[in-house]
Write a protein that binds this ligand. Structure first.
Ligand code: ADP
Ligand code: ADP
Length: 208
Protein backbone atom coordinates (compact mmCIF):
# COMPACT_ATOMS: atom_id res chain seq x y z
CA UNK A 1 0.00 0.00 0.00
CA UNK A 2 1.52 3.32 -1.11
CA UNK A 3 -0.15 6.14 0.78
CA UNK A 4 0.24 9.88 1.16
CA UNK A 5 -1.16 11.62 4.25
CA UNK A 6 -2.22 15.13 3.29
CA UNK A 7 -3.62 17.79 5.58
CA UNK A 8 -2.81 20.90 7.58
CA UNK A 9 -0.13 20.87 10.27
CA UNK A 10 -1.56 19.47 13.50
CA UNK A 11 -4.36 17.48 11.84
CA UNK A 12 -3.06 14.25 13.42
CA UNK A 13 -1.20 12.75 10.45
CA UNK A 14 1.80 11.63 12.47
CA UNK A 15 -0.36 10.23 15.28
CA UNK A 16 -2.45 8.13 12.88
CA UNK A 17 0.59 7.11 10.81
CA UNK A 18 2.26 5.66 13.93
CA UNK A 19 -0.68 3.21 14.23
CA UNK A 20 -1.47 2.72 10.52
CA UNK A 21 2.09 1.56 9.82
CA UNK A 22 1.45 -1.43 12.13
CA UNK A 23 -1.89 -2.18 10.45
CA UNK A 24 -0.35 -2.29 6.97
CA UNK A 25 3.23 -3.36 7.84
CA UNK A 26 4.77 -0.46 5.95
CA UNK A 27 7.18 2.29 7.05
CA UNK A 28 6.04 5.74 8.18
CA UNK A 29 8.14 8.29 6.32
CA UNK A 30 7.74 11.80 7.72
CA UNK A 31 9.77 14.49 5.97
CA UNK A 32 9.49 16.66 9.10
CA UNK A 33 11.00 13.82 11.18
CA UNK A 34 13.78 13.31 8.60
CA UNK A 35 14.67 17.02 8.68
CA UNK A 36 14.59 17.10 12.50
CA UNK A 37 16.88 14.03 12.68
CA UNK A 38 19.35 15.80 10.39
CA UNK A 39 19.23 18.92 12.56
CA UNK A 40 19.79 16.87 15.72
CA UNK A 41 22.74 15.02 14.16
CA UNK A 42 24.30 18.26 12.90
CA UNK A 43 24.53 17.12 9.24
CA UNK A 44 25.08 19.55 6.34
CA UNK A 45 21.41 19.16 5.42
CA UNK A 46 20.42 19.83 9.02
CA UNK A 47 22.44 23.07 9.13
CA UNK A 48 20.85 24.17 5.88
CA UNK A 49 17.26 23.65 6.99
CA UNK A 50 17.29 24.51 10.73
CA UNK A 51 16.20 28.16 10.43
CA UNK A 52 13.62 27.27 7.78
CA UNK A 53 11.89 24.78 10.07
CA UNK A 54 12.00 27.12 13.07
CA UNK A 55 10.19 29.80 11.04
CA UNK A 56 7.65 27.33 9.63
CA UNK A 57 8.65 27.99 6.02
CA UNK A 58 9.07 25.27 3.40
CA UNK A 59 12.43 23.72 2.63
CA UNK A 60 13.23 24.24 -1.09
CA UNK A 61 11.66 21.62 -3.35
CA UNK A 62 14.87 20.25 -4.82
CA UNK A 63 16.35 19.56 -1.38
CA UNK A 64 13.17 17.89 -0.14
CA UNK A 65 12.61 15.86 -3.32
CA UNK A 66 16.18 14.51 -3.29
CA UNK A 67 15.82 13.45 0.36
CA UNK A 68 12.53 11.61 -0.33
CA UNK A 69 13.90 9.95 -3.46
CA UNK A 70 16.79 8.50 -1.42
CA UNK A 71 14.45 7.32 1.29
CA UNK A 72 12.04 5.60 -1.11
CA UNK A 73 14.94 3.64 -2.59
CA UNK A 74 15.58 1.89 0.72
CA UNK A 75 14.47 -1.75 0.87
CA UNK A 76 11.75 -1.31 3.48
CA UNK A 77 9.85 1.13 1.23
CA UNK A 78 9.69 -1.19 -1.79
CA UNK A 79 6.38 -2.82 -0.85
CA UNK A 80 4.71 0.34 0.37
CA UNK A 81 4.92 3.35 2.63
CA UNK A 82 3.04 6.14 4.35
CA UNK A 83 4.42 9.47 3.22
CA UNK A 84 3.52 12.02 5.92
CA UNK A 85 4.15 15.68 5.13
CA UNK A 86 5.24 15.08 1.52
CA UNK A 87 4.33 16.31 -1.04
CA UNK A 88 3.61 19.84 0.14
CA UNK A 89 3.79 21.60 -3.25
CA UNK A 90 2.62 20.81 -6.76
CA UNK A 91 6.26 20.51 -7.87
CA UNK A 92 6.86 17.87 -5.18
CA UNK A 93 3.72 16.00 -6.24
CA UNK A 94 4.85 15.99 -9.88
CA UNK A 95 8.27 14.69 -8.81
CA UNK A 96 6.68 11.96 -6.69
CA UNK A 97 4.54 10.84 -9.65
CA UNK A 98 7.80 10.23 -11.54
CA UNK A 99 9.20 8.09 -8.69
CA UNK A 100 6.29 5.76 -7.92
CA UNK A 101 2.59 5.11 -8.36
CA UNK A 102 0.42 5.91 -5.34
CA UNK A 103 -2.59 3.84 -4.25
CA UNK A 104 -4.41 6.52 -2.26
CA UNK A 105 -4.03 10.00 -0.76
CA UNK A 106 -5.71 10.43 2.62
CA UNK A 107 -6.87 14.01 3.21
CA UNK A 108 -7.17 14.85 6.94
CA UNK A 109 -9.97 17.41 7.29
CA UNK A 110 -9.98 19.61 10.40
CA UNK A 111 -11.17 23.17 11.06
CA UNK A 112 -8.76 25.96 11.92
CA UNK A 113 -9.67 26.37 15.62
CA UNK A 114 -9.06 22.67 16.23
CA UNK A 115 -5.77 22.83 14.34
CA UNK A 116 -4.51 25.67 16.52
CA UNK A 117 -5.62 23.85 19.72
CA UNK A 118 -3.79 20.71 18.65
CA UNK A 119 -0.59 22.48 17.61
CA UNK A 120 -0.35 24.73 20.65
CA UNK A 121 -0.80 21.77 23.05
CA UNK A 122 1.59 19.44 21.22
CA UNK A 123 4.65 18.26 23.16
CA UNK A 124 7.32 15.91 21.86
CA UNK A 125 10.17 13.78 23.10
CA UNK A 126 13.19 15.14 21.27
CA UNK A 127 15.12 11.88 21.02
CA UNK A 128 12.28 9.59 19.85
CA UNK A 129 9.88 12.07 18.24
CA UNK A 130 7.00 10.56 20.23
CA UNK A 131 4.11 13.02 20.28
CA UNK A 132 1.75 13.99 23.11
CA UNK A 133 -0.89 16.63 23.73
CA UNK A 134 -1.20 18.37 27.10
CA UNK A 135 -5.00 17.82 27.12
CA UNK A 136 -5.89 15.17 24.50
CA UNK A 137 -3.01 12.73 24.96
CA UNK A 138 -1.08 13.63 28.12
CA UNK A 139 1.95 11.65 29.32
CA UNK A 140 1.61 9.59 32.52
CA UNK A 141 3.77 12.10 34.38
CA UNK A 142 3.38 15.75 33.34
CA UNK A 143 6.21 16.92 31.08
CA UNK A 144 7.97 13.53 30.99
CA UNK A 145 8.14 10.95 28.17
CA UNK A 146 6.42 7.68 29.15
CA UNK A 147 9.15 5.49 27.65
CA UNK A 148 12.46 7.31 27.98
CA UNK A 149 11.77 9.47 31.06
CA UNK A 150 13.20 12.48 29.19
CA UNK A 151 11.61 15.93 29.47
CA UNK A 152 9.06 16.78 26.77
CA UNK A 153 9.58 19.93 24.73
CA UNK A 154 7.46 22.26 22.62
CA UNK A 155 8.70 22.46 19.04
CA UNK A 156 9.92 25.96 18.05
CA UNK A 157 7.46 25.90 15.17
CA UNK A 158 4.54 25.15 17.53
CA UNK A 159 4.85 28.62 19.07
CA UNK A 160 2.26 31.18 18.09
CA UNK A 161 4.00 33.15 15.36
CA UNK A 162 5.34 30.08 13.56
CA UNK A 163 1.91 28.42 13.76
CA UNK A 164 0.33 31.40 12.00
CA UNK A 165 2.97 31.28 9.27
CA UNK A 166 2.64 27.52 8.79
CA UNK A 167 -1.11 27.80 8.30
CA UNK A 168 -0.58 30.49 5.65
CA UNK A 169 2.05 28.35 3.95
CA UNK A 170 -0.35 25.40 4.03
CA UNK A 171 -3.17 27.39 2.41
CA UNK A 172 -0.93 28.89 -0.28
CA UNK A 173 1.27 25.93 -1.23
CA UNK A 174 -0.21 22.66 0.03
CA UNK A 175 -4.02 23.01 -0.05
CA UNK A 176 -3.97 23.08 -3.91
CA UNK A 177 -2.86 19.43 -3.72
CA UNK A 178 -6.38 18.49 -2.58
CA UNK A 179 -7.78 19.28 -6.03
CA UNK A 180 -4.65 17.91 -7.71
CA UNK A 181 -5.23 14.46 -6.19
CA UNK A 182 -9.02 14.62 -6.34
CA UNK A 183 -8.79 15.12 -10.10
CA UNK A 184 -6.59 12.04 -10.32
CA UNK A 185 -9.21 10.02 -8.41
CA UNK A 186 -6.82 9.23 -5.56
CA UNK A 187 -8.25 11.36 -2.75
CA UNK A 188 -10.00 9.94 0.33
CA UNK A 189 -11.38 12.58 2.75
CA UNK A 190 -11.24 11.68 6.45
CA UNK A 191 -12.91 13.60 9.28
CA UNK A 192 -9.89 14.19 11.55
CA UNK A 193 -11.89 15.78 14.37
CA UNK A 194 -12.74 12.45 16.08
CA UNK A 195 -10.58 10.52 18.55
CA UNK A 196 -7.41 8.91 17.13
CA UNK A 197 -9.05 5.45 17.41
CA UNK A 198 -12.09 6.59 15.39
CA UNK A 199 -9.96 8.38 12.79
CA UNK A 200 -7.84 5.24 12.29
CA UNK A 201 -10.91 3.01 12.04
CA UNK A 202 -12.69 5.17 9.48
CA UNK A 203 -9.53 5.46 7.42
CA UNK A 204 -8.93 1.69 7.37
CA UNK A 205 -12.56 1.16 6.35
CA UNK A 206 -12.34 3.79 3.62
CA UNK A 207 -9.17 2.20 2.22
CA UNK A 208 -10.44 -1.37 2.19
P1 ADP B 1 3.61 19.08 10.98
O1 ADP B 1 3.60 17.59 11.30
O2 ADP B 1 3.31 19.88 12.17
O3 ADP B 1 2.80 19.39 9.79
P2 ADP B 1 6.15 18.47 9.88
O4 ADP B 1 6.85 17.73 10.94
O5 ADP B 1 5.49 17.69 8.78
O6 ADP B 1 5.10 19.42 10.58
O7 ADP B 1 7.11 19.50 9.18
C1 ADP B 1 7.89 20.39 9.92
C2 ADP B 1 8.61 21.35 8.98
O8 ADP B 1 9.51 20.62 8.13
C3 ADP B 1 7.73 22.13 8.02
O9 ADP B 1 7.15 23.27 8.63
C4 ADP B 1 8.76 22.51 6.95
O10 ADP B 1 9.62 23.53 7.40
C5 ADP B 1 9.58 21.23 6.84
N1 ADP B 1 9.02 20.29 5.87
C6 ADP B 1 8.46 19.07 6.14
N2 ADP B 1 8.04 18.47 5.03
C7 ADP B 1 8.32 19.34 4.00
C8 ADP B 1 8.09 19.32 2.59
N3 ADP B 1 7.49 18.27 2.01
N4 ADP B 1 8.51 20.37 1.86
C9 ADP B 1 9.13 21.42 2.44
N5 ADP B 1 9.36 21.52 3.77
C10 ADP B 1 8.95 20.49 4.54
P1 ADP C 1 0.48 16.32 12.33
O1 ADP C 1 1.45 15.17 12.13
O2 ADP C 1 -0.62 16.30 11.32
O3 ADP C 1 1.16 17.64 12.40
P2 ADP C 1 0.19 15.28 15.05
O4 ADP C 1 -0.09 13.82 14.83
O5 ADP C 1 1.54 15.66 15.51
O6 ADP C 1 -0.25 16.11 13.73
O7 ADP C 1 -0.92 15.81 16.08
C1 ADP C 1 -0.94 17.18 16.50
C2 ADP C 1 -1.31 17.23 17.97
O8 ADP C 1 -2.69 16.82 18.14
C3 ADP C 1 -0.52 16.31 18.89
O9 ADP C 1 -0.35 16.97 20.13
C4 ADP C 1 -1.38 15.06 19.03
O10 ADP C 1 -1.16 14.40 20.29
C5 ADP C 1 -2.78 15.65 18.96
N1 ADP C 1 -3.73 14.77 18.27
C6 ADP C 1 -3.49 13.98 17.18
N2 ADP C 1 -4.61 13.34 16.78
C7 ADP C 1 -5.60 13.74 17.64
C8 ADP C 1 -7.01 13.43 17.75
N3 ADP C 1 -7.62 12.60 16.88
N4 ADP C 1 -7.70 14.02 18.73
C9 ADP C 1 -7.10 14.88 19.61
N5 ADP C 1 -5.78 15.21 19.55
C10 ADP C 1 -5.04 14.65 18.58
Amino acid sequence: MKLVFLGPPGAGKGTIAAEAKKVYGIPHISTGDLFRANIKNGTELGKRVQAILAAGDLVPDEVTIAMVEDRLEEDDAKAGFILDGFPRTIAQADALAGMTQLDRVVNFVLDKEAIVRRLSGRRVCKSTGRTYHILYNPPKVEGIDDETGEPLIQRDDDKEEAIRNRLEVYEASTAPLIDYYRTKGLLVDIDASKSPEEVLKSMVEALS
